[in-house]
Design a protein around this ligand. Structure first.
Ligand code: SF4
Ligand code: SF4
Length: 385
């Protein structure tokens, strides 16, 4: 799963929306929701994020937070699919295949206790391939940090995986599915089996709802919400309604349509440009790109501020910190969190210089040229079911 998420401020992670934390301590249930929210806002992470959002609303330039509000942590860079625009799926990832260990993960999140709000536990790989994933989720949850992860759905066929998704304290699960039948799905998600995924999701929702019902009225707060996500492309744009119907039928909580991303490839990369052009939907409003006079893909608009590099730290499975989730290849290493404190890297000279470069000359950073950050939102529509 390639992480592309809360860029542009438009795709607020559902983990921030609900009152899920109240389910963990029964006594919290008697405190009015407004007071609970106010108490949470007192944390440094929330205060930083609120200020960032105020700046975005007023179109003011972003500022770096004292510590990242959100951590993207890559549990593995291995995957069982071969999506053509993904660095892992296309085989162009220049990094050694590696799983992060539980001890390494713990060393990161212990630094983030009381400071970061959310761990997005996925990046360039299928998270459920890491056998320690659920221990990682438990570890972060015990430290009071919400966790969401994302999957291509193939490993939901495992009963153990489904049970652990529900029991581990995971806040939110994203299921990336780009077609309502086998033929459409495999046009992009090479190697995926629609029936395997469909059966897995149905069984997961059944398990989730059974556990929530058993826990009683407030029990639903203890189990993860599930979001079905599709990237709107040429081969599946006719299935947007069918995908929404599928999400309803399966009983998931959210259905999200996203626009195609170059996933970190520069716009002038001939191979990525041609691949993306071949996937571009016919519906003009469903894409952030246009076809230029020379037949190549071009961005529709000039970019605004990049806010992502001021809020989110991205940590690869080998501990390398990179500027954002469009640097899956690790072309801009800023330090290693297994060797230095995350706070030092976050406030260090390397990241400060990179932020200045992107702010002043974004067009000179190849991966920024095709990036949606500061342009129209990556998310086309998010529907609460
Ligand atoms: S499912 Fe596709 S996009 Fe996600 S990591 Fe695997 S190859 Fe990449
Ligand atoms: S690719 Fe560039 S513009 Fe996009 S999020 Fe990363 S640093 Fe910001």
């Amino acid at each position: 799963m390639k992480a592309t998420r809360i860029s542009g401020g438009s795709a607020e992670p559902p983990a921030f929306r609900g009152d899920a934390g109240a389910g963990r301590l029964p006594l919290l249930g008697v405190i009015p929701a407004r007071l609970r929210r106010a108490a949470r806002l007192a944390s440094a992470g929330h205060a930083d994020l609120l200020l960032q959002r105020a700046c975005a609303a007023l179109r003011l330039p972003p500022f770096p937070t004292r510590f990242p509000s959100v951590l993207v942590i890559e549990p593995t860079n291995r995957c069982n699919l071969r999506c053509p625009l993904c660095p892992t799926g296309s085989g162009r990832l220049p990094r050694e295949a590696r799983d992060m260990t539980l001890a390494e993960f713990r060393s990161i999140v212990e630094q983030a206790r009381g400071r970061s709000l959310l761990v997005q536990l996925f990046f360039c790989g299928e998270p459920f391939l890491n056998d320690d994933l659920f221990a990682m989720i438990r570890c972060a949850a015990q430290l009071g940090i919400a966790v969401e992860t994302s999957t291509n759905g193939m490993l939901l066929s495992s009963e153990r995986v489904r049970e652990e998704i529900v029991a581990s304290g995971l806040r939110h699960l994203i299921l990336s599915l780009d077609g309502a039948d086998q033929e459409t799905l495999q046009a992009y998600r090479a190697g995926a089996r629609f029936e395997t995924i469909a059966a897995g999701v149905r069984a997961l929702v059944e398990t989730r709802d059974r556990v929530a019902a058993r826990a009683g009225g407030g029990g639903s707060a203890r189990v993860p919400t599930i979001e079905l996500q599709m990237i709107v492309m040429k081969q599946n744009e006719h299935q947007r309604s069918a995908m929404l119907a599928l999400a309803r039928d399966w009983g998931v909580d959210w259905f999200t349509e996203k626009t195609l991303s170059l996933m970190g490839s520069p716009l002038d990369d001939p191979q990525a440009n041609a691949t993306a052009r071949g996937l571009l939907p016919k519906e003009p409003d469903a894409s952030r790109f246009r076809v230029a006079a020379d037949g190549r893909l071009a961005a529709k608009e000039r970019p605004g501020h990049c806010r992502l590099i001021h809020q989110t730290a991205v940590i690869l499975s080998n501990g390398t910190v990179v500027p954002c989730c469009y640097d899956g290849e690790g072309n801009h290493p800023l330090g290693n969190v297994f060797e230095s404190r995350l706070e030092d890297i976050w406030n260090g000279e390397g990241l400060r210089a990179f932020r200045s470069l992107v702010h002043a000359h974004r067009d000179r950073v190849p991966m920024c040229t095709g990036c949606p950050e500061g342009r129209r939102p990556l998310v086309l529509r998010r529907t609460r079911l």
